[in-house]
Design a protein around this ligand. Sequence first.
Ligand code: PMP
Length: 413
Amino acid sequence: QSAYPIEEIRADFPILSRTVRGGKPLVYLDNASTTQKPVQVISAIDDYYRNHNANIHRAVYELAEEATGAYEAARDKVARFINSPSREEVIFVRGTTEAINLVAYSWGRANVGPGDIIVTTEYEHHSNIVPWQLLAKEKGAELAYIDIDEKGELLLEQLDEHLETGRVKLVTFSLMSNVLGTISDVQGIASRCKAAGVPVLIDGAQAAPHMRVDVQALGCDFFAFSGHKMLAPTGIGALWVRREILEKMGPFHGGGDMIREVHKFETTWNDLPYKFEAGTPNIADTVGFGAAIDYLEGLGMEDVRRHEKSITEYALKRMAGVKGMTIYGTDEISRRGGVISFNFADVHPHDVAQIVDGEGVAIRSGHHCAQVLMEKLCVPATNRASFYVYNTREDVDALVTSLDKVARLFKLE
Ligand code: PMP
């Protein structure tokens, strides 16, 4: 096995060579929020607008054929990337948030009624809570939670209890927590749901960028993810839906491209997946999404995961030595991804992030769109460092040096 080509990878990301805060090299550690883009993705978008731009699926002229070809080629890449049985089960959306709202609207409104239960977890992003609250309120249904233990692992016996009611209509969870980095026990959840005949939605926003995803092996029915967290542009993502379910789902948005025939009072729907892609889509960024997938496939998702594991393990070890530090989540490296949330005794996370930023290190502070989890942890906010393909041990060293400075400034013992 060849060595991970970190120097070549870093050279592909123009932004990594810029400086911040008066000449400090940029150390970008906010990858769970969004990732930087390699020149291959930037060039694909540039080339699309310079040479191939046209609307898709309509005109017969050469440019339109090229634009349609490029857009649909990206769908094939996404389908292969997640091992979808077919390209028709891949719907392009703006991102994970839109994907989950699509399911809550199109599937949820037809399948969830009074007294039904939707099960989610305590470590969900707001985008996997709020759409279900809206649906539950509208339908008189209930929202139930699987709690986490002190290591940030889901308490699956609670799922058993919910399923025993016979009223659960959907179980939905994040494959990797964007705060704790916990990798959910997907086999444990999917096998329980399968036995109970309950469909499963996976929020793959933090998983798809960092590990090999196989929607068939995961045993899920819906899988949602965002391009911008995996080197692609913002405003493009994908929703995968198992064909038997997708075929029964009503449309989401109405408009052009999602129809077969429109008459004054009746409309028939286009084939899958176009039925769920109304209006002119985000063509250029979809092409960029395809280029990002090519880039990740070129690295190999197994190597991406291996690299992040090694950086995370190193970071956990080094950060544990910083005075006053609380690190959340499990220290079992096989159970977590490259996301480390932490707090300093009495120092507000925004102050920490500001001091760290002064050293050129970009980390996140706040509730990370996971206020239910913040409540559980009894904190209003945390700091979060998160890694990706281009991060190095030197980046971790820079983080730890800046954290030591925080500890010194606040005289933490
Ligand atoms: N789920 C998780 C676990 C996330 O981390 C995020 C983004 N932070 C989302 C959903 C929402 O993704 P987007 O903002 O791209 O729609």
